[in-house]
Design a protein around this ligand. Structure first.
Ligand SMILES: NC(=O)C1=CN([C@@H]2O[C@H](COP(=O)(O)OP(=O)(O)OC[C@H]3O[C@@H](n4cnc5c(N)ncnc54)[C@H](OP(=O)(O)O)[C@@H]3O)[C@@H](O)[C@H]2O)C=CC1
Ligand SMILES: O=C(O)C1=N[C@H](C(=O)O)C[C@H](O)C1
Length: 272
């Protein structure tokens, strides 16, 4: 049994993860957290996530949850800032970590990498198998099509999403830039006013927000007289959750390092 702690259990992903983990035969949920002052603190985690009772009490501090339960792994979908603090709590106790949070800055990424010097961490902006295949397909298309096609990324998410563009769209843009020999400086995140003709080197990233959209990403390759669109549509959060639990099984017992879903899926080996 892999002893698992889920953070942010009343969140959209936290409650999804709790349901999927309790249904998994090889995982045991031994801890659950919510932010300090959250209404679920002190309640049964299953009931707090609007599911059946689990007999695990929600606590407001990951360190305390880890001290109370001998955990193998923490699965964390909260926010970048909170995930950095959670990584420190895991590093102090030698517990492996899976991070799905997005909105990382270069500073928070560096802080996560610091914790990954003492524990194995899988961090990925999108844990679905489909999206990770799309990353590879997008890079391949960009390489094959080359500079004759204008590349744009568009993402759509529900109205409650806090960060923009999505972590997935940012990763797509980085992957495309890498494949085309371009850099972060070539990414354009908004256009408004007299912006002039589109420079060939640009990679545009556009954000839509509304309703209950789970997550949609399209890469457009606009050519002369033709275009290619590569789209992934998530219609359920379960694929993110199942991917995260696959990462949780994989990461336990690995050497310290910062890993990606590509490592989990066997696409590459790139601990840093
Ligand atoms: N990698 C992937 O595949 C995916 C990544 N994501 C990312 O995961 C993150 C969460 O998304 P989502 O579930 O939709 O967001 P939610 O806002 O629904 O969930 C986040 C939860 O974390 C809780 N939280 C905040 N601070 C703490 C803390 N200190 N300790 C414990 N819990 C805390 C929040 O509580 P409260 O609301 O009370 O503040 C909330 O319940 C986002 O960054 C999102 O982009 C989402 C889907 C897939
Ligand atoms: O916040 C979300 O909902 C999602 N966030 C991730 C992102 O920012 O890429 C992944 C997924 O699309 C859902």
């Amino acid at each position: 049994m892999i002893r698992t702690v889920i953070t942010g259990v009343t969140g959209r992903m936290g409650s999804t993860l709790l349901r999927l983990a309790r249904d998994a035969e090889d995982l045991k949920v031994v801890g659950a957290t919510q932010r300090p002052g959250g209404a679920a603190v002190g309640l049964d985690a299953g009931l707090a996530a609007r599911q059946g009772a689990l007999e695990v009490q929600v606590v407001d501090d990951l360190g305390r949850a880890l001290d109370a339960a001998k955990a193998d792994v923490v699965v964390d979908f909260t926010s970048a800032e909170v995930s950095v603090a959670h990584a420190k709590a895991c590093a102090a106790r030698g517990v492996a970590l899976v991070v799905g949070s997005t909105g990382f800055t270069p500073e928070s990424t560096a802080a996560l990498a610091e914790s990954a010097k003492s524990i194995p961490i899988v961090a990925a902006p999108n844990m679905s198998v489909g999206v990770n295949v799309v990353f590879r397909m997008a890079a391949e298309l960009a390489r094959v099509l080359g500079s004759g096609f204008d590349v744009e990324v568009m993402e759509a998410h529900h109205r409650l999403k806090k960060d923009a563009p999505s972590g997935t769209a940012l990763r797509l843009a980085e992957v495309l830039a890498g494949a085309l020999g371009r850099t972060q400086d070539d990414l354009t995140f908004a256009r408004h006013g007299m912006v002039g003709a589109r420079p060939a080197h640009e990679i545009g990233v556009q954000t839509l927000r509304g309703g209950d959209v789970v997550g949609e990403h399209t890469v457009f390759f606009f050519g002369e007289g033709e275009r290619i669109e590569l789209t992934h549509r998530a219609t359920s959060r379960d694929q993110f959750g199942l991917g995260a639990l696959r990462a949780a099984r994989w990461v336990v017992g690995k050497a310290p390092g910062l890993y990606d879903m590509a490592d989990v899926l066997g696409f590459q080996r790139s601990a840093s």
